[in-house]
Design a protein around this ligand. Structure first.
Ligand SMILES: [Fe+2]
Ligand SMILES: [Fe+2]
Length: 336
């Protein structure tokens, strides 16, 4: 993390003015340490979630029911890898290297979204993940397109476009299943039963238990509270479930005419905390797999670093007066 000198009051005033005008902070602008720390934590956790989130779905690529389904799922999992890369790049602009961010994940110091510690047991779970998990991600992330930190906001614009495809493909998987045989419809219903609660928990703890939210809202990082976003999500998915011919097993879920929103039942926050603390059904499996993949990929990182060095050396040779052509010829194989 970059250490900053004590702020000049002019710097702080400039920062405050940018926030006041609802404009963007860019990497070279002065920013308070707390703002930098909060964003580094949030963006890197988001990046880790994209990368870990590839696992439950990647496990289904070889078992997807048709070649077309495999291709679609493979493209989605690749999108998630891309989201991780945009986000690591955005986090790096705040002064922490990608190596350090990845190390924080591998050592268990950094967290990722608790939803990815649940298994995808059936093909219908892939539908539920796309519809509900990517759907919750969209609700969370669309307001982040207006986040005050420029690189994060711009990454989110691109990510949200892809997430809407992901949600659509999940909904479509469930639509086919819910209009198939009774067994298929049952499988779709069971998948929704499994993912409803954990998807609603993706918005984080209730507002009263979310101490950092207020500061994040004052900095224009966060635009809506956890509970506001959760409500927005519930209001969105209830009619979509009806269109699927499925329902949520929540006895308290009903339209509240007075509020103009759906009421819903209390979520299992003890389970949420337990999963975050590492006791979910797949926490150790996810981390073990990520560490193994990191080790297996060491040779790729080494090769990329060696190639980058070779290119940098070549540029140095090129920069000598009159040496450009010689260097180009040296790099062109004789048989070409
Ligand atoms: Fe994503
Ligand atoms: Fe996604």
């Amino acid at each position: 993390m970059t250490q900053q000198p004590a702020p000049h009051s002019q710097d702080q005033l400039h920062f405050d003015q940018i926030i006041e005008e609802d404009s963007r902070i860019e990497p070279r602008d002065w920013m308070p340490d707390g703002y930098r720390r909060t964003l580094t934590r949030q963006i890197s956790q988001h990046a880790h979630s994209e990368i870990i989130g590839m696992q439950p779905e990647a496990n289904w690529i070889s078992r997807a029911p048709s070649l077309k389904r495999k291709a679609i799922l493979m493209a989605k999992v690749q999108d998630e890898a891309g989201h991780g890369l945009y986000l690591y790049s955005a986090a790096e602009t705040l002064g922490t290297s990608r190596d350090e961010l990845v190390e924080q994940l591998l050592s268990g110091q950094a967290k990722y979204s608790s939803i990815f510690n649940y298994p995808a047991r059936t093909w219908a779970d892939i539908g539920a993940i796309g519809w509900l998990v990517d759907g919750a991600a969209i609700c969370n992330q669309v307001p982040l397109c207006r986040c005050s930190y420029g690189p994060y906001a711009r990454a989110m614009v691109r990510i949200c476009k892809e997430e809407s495809f992901h949600q659509r493909q999940g909904w479509e998987i469930l639509y086919e299943l819910s209009h198939g045989t009774p067994e298929q419809k049952q499988m779709a219903q069971e998948a929704i039963n499994r993912f409803y609660g954990p998807a609603l928990q993706m918005f984080g703890p209730p507002d009263g238990d979310s101490p950092h939210s207020q500061q994040s809202m004052a900095w224009n990082i966060k635009r809506f509270s956890n509970d506001e976003l959760r409500q927005r999500f519930v209001d969105m998915i209830v009619p979509q479930a009806e269109a699927l011919g499925l329902h949520f097993e929540d006895p308290d879920l009903k339209w509240n005419e007075e509020r103009g929103h759906y009421d819903f039942g209390e979520l299992d926050w003890a389970e949420f905390r337990s999963v975050i603390q590492g006791n979910g059904p797949c926490n150790s499996q996810r981390m073990q797999r990520r560490r193994q993949a990191h080790e297996d990929g060491a040779w790729v990182r080494e090769a990329a670093a060696a190639y980058a060095q070779k290119c940098a050396d070549a540029v140095q040779v090129d920069s000598r007066p009159g040496a450009l052509n010689t260097s180009m010829e040296e790099r062109t194989p004789a048989h070409v």
